[in-house]
Design a protein around this ligand. Structure first.
Ligand code: MN
Length: 203
């Protein structure tokens, strides 16, 4: 079963002015599409062709590096699109808010630690908020690695993630990754994060 590029669940300009329409179009239609096509090519006629993307990532060390890079790229971007929505200053609430306060002291402290992970990731990669042994932790991964992979330093179930590859921000922000990271908080869909959190607790 070949994997498919999921449709972007909103218009390319839906995240303006924080993430520009041209970046979204290139990011989804070209970068994500390439991960899907390259993943399909890498698993064609192998046993991985019958697995879900999560099953592949959980044992990714068994496979060629093209599966790690493109399988991670496919999962990470599919996860990322759903996380984004202009939130007009809305923050987390309910059980998610309680869990953030328990783990980090406050939402601002969590953001501070997340921003540090996102800005501090040298080169290309991702920053993550994950459920790890029932609690929330922040981590980052290089390239298209993901905390669901068996090779991850910190394994867990992501509930929030940020793409810090230059392709995610360079047209608008150029070299100013910290500005992109700060503006990310304007486009976090906290309802989706809460949903991810509730699902993660069931695992
Ligand atoms: Mn990307």
């Amino acid at each position: 079963m070949a994997f498919e590029l999921p449709a972007l669940p909103y218009a390319f300009n839906a995240l303006e002015p924080y993430i520009d329409a041209l970046t979204m179009e290139i990011h989804h239609d070209r970068h994500h599409a390439a991960y899907v096509n390259n993943l399909n090519a890498a698993i064609k006629d192998t046993e991985a062709d019958k697995l879900s993307i999560e099953q592949i990532l959980a044992q990714v060390s068994k496979y060629p590096v093209a599966v790690r890079n493109n399988g991670g790229g496919h999962w990470n971007h599919s996860f990322f699109w759903k996380l984004l929505k202009v939130n007009n200053g809305q923050g987390p609430s309910g059980e998610l808010l309680k869990a953030i306060e328990k783990a980090f002291g406050s939402v601002d402290k969590m953001k501070e630690e997340f921003n540090k992970a996102a800005v501090g990731r040298f080169g290309s990669g991702w920053a993550w908020l994950v459920v790890h042994d029932g609690t929330l932790v922040i981590t980052s991964t290089p390239n298209q690695d993901c905390p669901l992979m068996d090779i991850a330093d910190v394994k867990g179930t992501p509930i929030l993630g940020l793409d810090v590859w230059e392709h995610a921000y360079y047209l608008k922000y150029q070299n100013k990754r910290p500005d992109y990271v700060n503006n990310f908080w304007n486009v976090v869909n906290w309802d989706q994060v809460a949903d991810n959190y509730n699902q993660a607790l069931k695992k």
